[in-house]
Ligand binder design. Structure first.
Ligand SMILES: Cc1cc2nc3c(=O)[nH]c(=O)nc-3n(C[C@H](O)[C@H](O)[C@H](O)COP(=O)(O)OP(=O)(O)OC[C@H]3O[C@@H](n4cnc5c(N)ncnc54)[C@H](O)[C@@H]3O)c2cc1C
Ligand code: FES
Length: 268
């Protein structure tokens, strides 16, 4: 996580009430590398989720007690579905990969404070995502593009296969620059030289991209979506404290005060 500057708490979503349901699994397919895509029937979450928000997923299993936080990658309010793209990293996501249609997943959400684009006329938005972090930016990219913003999404991964979650952006006509470590195209010094002067910058998924976003803070609105281990997702356990400084809080919680924060540099 970025260690210089301040993280300001953004306004809460207008859709204040998260809901809990046992959401039926409609599909759960392997995409590439360690990544899978889960579709759940969760009509209220599909209707209410804003870009950057997440859900807490509880999987019924003898080896799991805690829910897992997952960003809402896509929604279809008409069919009442939400899509999550997840990477298998530990016991919870391994159990998730074994879910088949007919199973249900305890789904609490949508949770957290969403991205808050500046209320100015549409400008230029630079969205920086790494790995699974790209999925937190997908709804935002499409929403800004539809509102007339000039949007550039930088989708970064270890390998070309690890760049996931970009199909909907492509389909919506959003410009996506795919970069990866294998080809050497993801180096920060290369991304710093993009010929694009943004007025709004967001980042999710890597400290290097957060720093890149922070470098724009004197000329653009910068918002960063953070991750932290979470047990409750509701602001009770304080397990997800950022430990970061903010104007409003001693150590804001990623779940209740974030996951999206405004970045402000230490020196004006
Ligand atoms: C707001 C938010 C959105 C996220 N969105 C996605 C997403 O869209 N796709 C995706 O693949 N992953 C996402 N993550 C990370 C994901 O929650 C973890 O990878 C997952 O919880 C790991 O669970 P596990 O049991 O497989 O791993 P384990 O390491 O076995 O997890 C053990 C415990 O630590 C917690 N934990 C471990 N790592 C993380 C982490 N990085 N973030 C939060 N909790 C963690 C787990 O919830 C669990 O309670 C998100 C995290 C946050 C905070
Ligand atoms: S996860 Fe419990 S307070 Fe944030």
């Amino acid at each position: 996580m970025i260690t210089t500057g301040f993280l300001d708490v953004l306004p809460a979503s207008e859709e204040v009430q998260p809901t809990w349901i046992d959401a039926p699994v409609l599909s759960n397919v392997h995409l590439a590398d360690r990544y899978h895509r889960l579709r759940l029937a969760a009509p209220l979450a599909a209707e209410r989720a804003r870009p950057g928000q997440f859900v807490m997923l509880t999987i019924s299993s003898p080896v799991l007690a805690l829910p897992r936080p997952m960003a809402v990658h896509d929604v279809d309010p008409e069919t009442g579905t939400i899509d999550i793209i997840y990477g298998v990293v530990g016991v919870g996501t391994r159990e998730m990969a074994a879910l088949r249609p007919g199973a249900t997943v305890g789904t609490l959400g949508p949770l957290g404070r969403p991205f808050a684009p500046p209320p100015s006329a549409p400008g230029r938005a630079l969205l920086l995502g790494r790995g699974i972090g790209i999925c937190s930016l997908s709804l935002l990219g499409r929403e800004l593009h539809a509102a007339g913003w000039d949007v550039l999404v930088v989708a970064s991964g270890r390998t070309p296969q690890a760049v996931v979650g970009t199909e909907e952006l492509d389909a919506a006509g959003v410009r996506v620059l795919r970069v990866d470590d294998e080809s050497g195209t993801s180096a920060p010094e290369l991304l710093r030289d993009l010929d694009f002067a943004p007025t709004y910058v967001t980042a999710c998924g890597s400290a290097r991209l957060e720093q890149l976003a922070a470098d724009h803070a004197h000329t653009a609105e910068v918002q960063i979506a953070l991750e932290a281990p979470m047990a409750c997702g509701l602001g009770y356990c304080h397990g997800c404290s950022t430990g970061a400084r903010t104007a409003q809080a001693e150590a804001p919680l990623v779940c209740a005060d974030g996951p999206v924060f405004r970045y402000r540099p230490a020196t004006p």
